[in-house]
Design a protein around this ligand. Structure first.
Ligand code: FE
Ligand code: FE
Ligand code: ZN
Length: 280
């Protein structure tokens, strides 16, 4: 059974997200750990988590994906901004310890004119400091579109981060279809080739989740503008190949398309139909 869901608002807590997910036919979901622009997280509500876990068990939701606020910059030039990214992630991870089976995805960062090597070193430094804290949650580096000075614009940059991390036992990668396409990886014309490259550079065993987004822009545009499934430059047929690919179909898929809940429900139905080969 395809594991698929979408990004949901976390403002009403875990149980509310679980209910919303089930309502739209999802069996997993993604959420921001706090306001995506940063700010304080809500008080941890253990009763809500407990109720959510019972609900998730009944409805077959096994694994969910927390997303760090995208304003965190682990490779900022300013020490205090890097420290802020570290402290925020520690706080997020200590909360997620109460939600077994969750994973934590983050945007590696933007090196803002310091150069990509400096960016990579700072990101790895932060992951090493986090590693010392002994958190149990798997942390995912997201593949980026390469907008501005984003680190993670190609597989080599992610590999370079991983190579500098001491304990990589709980470190994985989340592949965003819009981002890699915008980054110049032709998942439309040569999905097999892109996955071979991913395997050669990073290793497919590190791939833990997929963000399924169509792209408003062309291959290699480095823009990062998500589009509804089938409404962009990637197109329905490519998504049918993605959700049925033998190296991918076991992974959890998360929609981050510009949609309301009924829109997400339709996309989940569409991708499920593709996965069961009703639509090809
Ligand atoms: Fe993201
Ligand atoms: Fe994404
Ligand atoms: Zn994006």
């Amino acid at each position: 059974m395809l594991r698929i869901g979408c990004h949901l608002s976390s403002s009403k807590g875990y149980l509310a997200m679980g209910r919303e997910a089930v309502k739209i036919g999802a069996n997993t979901f993604q959420f921001f750990t706090r306001n995506p622009r940063g700010g304080k997280a809500k008080e941890l509500n253990l009763a809500d988590i407990e109720e959510y876990q019972a609900f998730a068990g009944e409805h077959g939701i096994a694994q969910i994906l927390a997303h760090a606020p995208y304003t965190l910059n682990a490779c900022a030039k300013d020490d205090s901004l890097r420290q802020f990214a570290y402290e925020t992630m520690c706080d997020d991870l200590s909360r997620l310890a109460h939600v077994p089976g969750s994973m934590y995805n983050f945007h590696p960062g933007s090196h803002v004119k310091q150069g990509v090597q400096t960016g990579i070193s700072y990101i790895a430094d932060m992951l090493n400091r986090i590693g010392e804290q002994g958190f149990s949650t798997t942390i995912l580096l997201e593949t980026m579109a390469g907008k501005g000075s984003e680190v993670g614009r190609n597989f080599e940059e992610l590999r370079a981060i991983i190579d500098k991390v001491e304990d990589t036992g709980r470190l994985g990668v989340c592949l965003d279809t819009c981002h890699v396409f915008d980054g110049g990886y032709d998942i439309v014309g040569d999905l097999d080739g892109v996955l071979r490259e991913f395997d050669a550079v990073i290793g497919l065993d590190r791939l833990k989740a997929i963000h399924v987004n169509d792209s408003k822009n062309a291959l290699g545009s480095h823009k990062d503008r998500h589009e509804k499934i089938g409404g962009g430059q990637i197109g329905v047929e490519a998504f049918a190949r993605i959700v049925t690919h033998p190296n991918l179909h076991h992974l959890p898929f998360y929609l981050e398309t510009p949609n309301d809940l009924p829109g997400y429900q339709r996309e989940i139905e569409l991708l499920r139909a593709m996965a069961s080969r009703q639509v090809m």
